[in-house]
Design a protein around this ligand. Structure first.
Ligand code: SAM
Length: 391
């Protein structure tokens, strides 16, 4: 039987819109905050913050604005610049967050922590026992929650093996999930024992979904209706004709892993995120003059983008050499691709036209086709093995 349009709804057009994930989350938030949710890391004692343990100077300050204040109190940034106020602290973020003078007034947190995958960071030991790593995760999340204003938003970049724990901890702290986005990249590590990893989760939570900063108009992109189907109805819309808010899986040109001779690359850093990722978050979730915090600064991507767009920012980085290098990027190098990934359509299908052939994996020829494969194809024989590259 043909599907019937249900018009028994009290809203224009009569479409059956779902209640909405955010509304459901909001209703559940108080229950989850009072529920006794237990996680493995809870059995490890909380970290005792120690502000005086944080170094107050960096090894190589440059220029007048960079000089640390010799009359500093216990917590002074190692690097500081004005217009807009930009600060970088060196130390363990659990200690720095506890002593930050801006606690309770941060508009936006973006956190990309070490994943506990034994990456050789600048002094940080990235291989804790699992329960200690979870405790570490809860402690820095708590520090970020305390730093956020009541209208604040937090984004966490986290892989599969810890996403669930981050989500549950934020829920038991009473925050409301806004989005569970996925950053999808090509050219992950090739492997044959399981599917190739090609994503990290970008989790967005807010203290108060109604009060948070949300400016989707700055990051709209062409819709599939416009870019694939040339559907005239999308051009007839009153607002944002032919455009949409991006979907929650993020990929495309300028969204790949930053490696090789990529113009954005800071060679001495591990796991640098693409500017496009931070550009989307900072433009949509903060305003000019807002205060942005990154507790795991790394190569300085968050602060580089924040500064380029007139946001005040606080960075924290454990490694002094990392911090010095990132400061150069934040204040002198700047963004390599400012604005180029904005408003770009990344359709997953090619444009549909009458008579266009269907694209299948068999009909796509690799640019560097193996000679044996090319010979088989020219003889009209099917390909026998899958390509080994993950990209
Ligand atoms: C995954 S990287 C961040 C990369 C960053 N998002 C970028 O785009 O360059 C994690 C960073 O956190 C730093 N780090 C590790 N533990 C830390 C801690 N407890 N406090 C502050 N920084 C820490 C590491 O040295 C590393 O630079």
């Amino acid at each position: 039987m043909a599907e019937q349009k249900n018009t028994e709804f009290d809203r224009p057009g009569g479409y059956a819109l779902p209640t909405g994930a955010t509304l459901v989350q909001r209703r559940a938030a108080a229950d989850l905050a009072s529920a006794d949710i237990r996680l493995f890391g809870d059995r490890v004692p909380k970290h005792e913050p120690c502000a005086s343990a944080a170094p107050t100077t960096a090894a190589v300050p440059n220029g007048a604005n960079d000089a640390p204040n010799p009359a500093a109190a216990a917590l002074e940034p190692a690097f500081r610049a004005d217009s807009p106020d930009t600060r970088l602290y060196i130390g363990d973020c659990r200690d720095i967050l506890a002593a930050l003078p801006d606690r309770g007034s941060v508009d936006l947190v973006f956190a990309d922590p070490p994943f506990n995958w034994e990456v050789p960071y600048d002094g940080w030991k990235d291989g804790m026992p699992r329960d200690a790593y979870e405790r570490f995760t809860f402690d820095w999340l708590d520090g970020c929650i305390d730093a956020l204003a009541s209208h604040g938003t937090i984004w966490v970049n986290i892989p599969d093996d810890t996403a669930a724990e981050v989500v549950l901890h934020l829920k038991r702290r009473g925050l409301v999930m806004i989005n569970w986005c996925v950053w999808h990249f090509r050219f992950g590590q090739n492997r044959e024992t399981s599917f190739i990893m090609s994503k990290v989760h970008a989790l967005c939570f807010a203290k108060d979904p109604d009060a948070r900063i949300w400016r989707p108009e700055r990051i709209l992109e062409p819709s599939d209706r416009a870019s694939i189907y040339a559907d005239p109805r999308t051009q007839a819309k009153d607002r944002n004709a032919g455009k949409r808010v991006p979907m929650d899986v993020w990929y495309g040109p300028y969204w790949g892993r930053v490696q090789g001779n990529n113009k954005e690359r800071r060679t001495q850093h591990h796991n640098q995120l693409p500017e496009a990722y931070l550009e989307r978050i900072i433009l949509s979730c903060s305003d000019e003059g807002s205060l942005v915090l990154d507790p795991f600064g790394g190569s300085g991507t968050t602060q580089t983008v924040a500064r380029a767009y007139g946001r005040r920012s606080i960075g924290i980085e454990h490694g002094a050499a990392n911090a010095a290098s990132s400061w150069e990027r934040i204040t002198k190098v700047g963004m390599a691709h400012k604005g180029v990934a904005l408003g770009v359509a990344n359709p997953i299908h090619p444009q549909r036209a009458r008579g266009a052939r269907t694209i299948t994996t068999a009909s796509i020829e690799a640019p560097t086709e193996h000679p044996a494969r090319r010979a088989r194809r020219s003889r009209g024989e099917p390909a026998q093995t899958a390509d080994r590259s993950s990209g």
